[in-house]
Write a protein that binds this ligand. Structure first.
Ligand SMILES: C[S@@+](CC[C@H](N)C(=O)[O-])C[C@H]1O[C@@H](n2cnc3c(N)ncnc32)[C@H](O)[C@@H]1O
Length: 211
């Protein structure tokens, strides 16, 4: 992360990782860095995947695409690795061989790649509800504009949040850019954070930005 950049995520480490998860972090994670993507193909990105349930859904639903997940929270990365790998052999399960993990700030990844994505997902970005933390919100006009430069033709950014004030704030941010967006009623996409529904709203709201 560049020094002048404001940190948009909370903690990087939670409770101590099990021996198996530590092994996966040391032995599997380096091999599935998106830096190792050589073949051309359809790319999908998920930013801030938490424990990675939706990354796995994407890998499953788009077996011919490569799915890149970015998440700086080590325990989330370890949880995804654990679910991707066979419990006995620790080998990556066949249905998850198209997953690549960037275990850090997505901005560091994006500024060093010219990859274009057909879908970029951001589900339940940290809402940073206190006014003094607003500057930590990831989905600013500048970030969304930069993100749109990584969309392939016809590609889309899909954002979901149950924090309706953040939802309105994101819409206001988009209005200050040249980006076109819609707010469709999508069926709820299930993630761990959505199930906790800390905001106490009745349903997440979605924003789609299309190139
Ligand atoms: C509220 S959680 C939601 C996790 C997951 N998407 C879900 O719905 O369960 C937001 C996640 O975004 C991650 N995050 C925040 N800033 C990020 C950044 N700059 N790059 C990548 N991930 C980031 C945080 O670490 C956190 O895990």
């Amino acid at each position: 992360m560049q020094n002048q950049e404001i940190r948009t995520f909370g903690r990087r480490h939670g409770k101590k990782l099990s021996a198996r998860k530590l092994w996966l972090m040391d032995n599997i994670l380096p091999a599935i860095s998106p830096k190792n993507i050589k073949k051309a193909g359809n790319l999908i990105l998920e930013i801030g995947f938490g424990n990675g349930e939706h990354v796995r859904d994407l890998a499953h639903n788009y077996p011919d695409s490569l799915v890149v997940g970015a998440e700086p929270f080590a325990n989330g990365v370890a949880a995804l690795l654990s679910a991707m790998c066979d419990e006995k052999t620790n080998e990556i399960l066949p249905e998850y061989k198209n997953i690549f993990i960037w275990p850090d700030d997505v901005r560091d990844y994006l500024r060093n790649t010219d990859s274009l994505f057909s879908q970029i997902w951001v589900l339940h970005p940290d809402p940073w509800p206190k006014a003094r933390h607003e500057k930590r919100r990831l989905l600013s006009a500048d970030f969304l504009t930069m993100l749109s430069t990584h969309l392939s033709r016809g590609g889309q950014i899909i954002i979901g949040t149950d924090h309706w004030e953040y939802f309105d704030w994101i819409c206001e941010q988009i209005k200050t850019t040249k980006l076109k967006y819609s707010t469709p009623d999508l069926e709820t996409i299930h993630t761990r954070y959505q199930e906790k529904n800390k905001a106490g709203t009745t349903a997440p709201k979605y924003i789609i930005i299309k190139k």
